[in-house]
Write a protein that binds this ligand. Structure first.
Ligand SMILES: Nc1ncnc2c1ncn2[C@@H]1O[C@H](COP(=O)(O)OP(=O)(O)OP(=O)(O)O)[C@@H](O)[C@H]1O
Ligand SMILES: [Mg+2]
Length: 155
């Protein structure tokens, strides 16, 4: 694997966006690619735009206002009005794997919903092999510029 490769998957899309508008367009195009049952892992520093992209994906699927899970604050649900929903995970505050044991991650990852995961690196070993990896990086010197890479990982 070349050293610059960050994912075990295949690079299927890469783009340098210059503005929020362009990120939103990118998110919309990516949303058109995914379907119920898919898992997407997001990687990127604080403020790089993970939540921004996830909200745009949710908007694409015309979801209702985000419903926060009463039990686990790291999981939010967006209802789509279909027989599947969008689950938005944020593992930033996860400190110990033990906290995952009562969440039942597999129940989410292997059912017919869309799972969008922030700070996926924190649960790397629990991620399903069949997924997308999305990397977002700041481009130095440009506040709104981001480099986005999408990898497809398959079993
Ligand atoms: N091109 C761009 N794409 C996305 N967001 C941008 C862009 N340019 C500037 N921003 C700003 O960057 C910030 C991204 O914040 P966001 O909450 O999406 O980051 P995050 O990766 O989810 O961070 P965290 O790790 O804290 O959850 C927002 O304030 C957004 O307005
Ligand atoms: Mg975020």
């Amino acid at each position: 694997m070349p050293p610059e490769t960050k994912s075990i998957g295949t690079l299927i899309e890469e783009k340098t966006v210059k503005s929020r508008r362009e990120t939103a367009d990118f998110a919309k195009k990516f949303a058109a690619r995914i379907k119920a049952g898919d898992v997407v892992a997001f990687y990127g520093e604080l403020g790089s735009g993970k939540t921004f992209i996830i909200k745009e994906i949710a908007r694409y699927f015309q979801t209702e206002e985000e419903a926060t899970s009463p039990t686990f604050t790291i999981i939010n649900v967006y209802h789509t009005g279909n027989d599947w929903d969008i689950y938005h995970f944020d593992f930033y505050r996860l400190e110990h794997d033990a906290e995952l044991s009562n969440i039942g991650l597999d129940d989410y990852f292997y059912r017919d919903d869309i799972c969008l995961i922030e700070w996926a690196d924190k649960i790397q070993k629990y991620l399903p092999l069949d997924r997308y990896d999305v990397f977002i990086e700041f481009v130095e010197g440009e506040t709104e510029r981001r480099r986005i890479e999408v990898y497809q990982v398959a079993e």
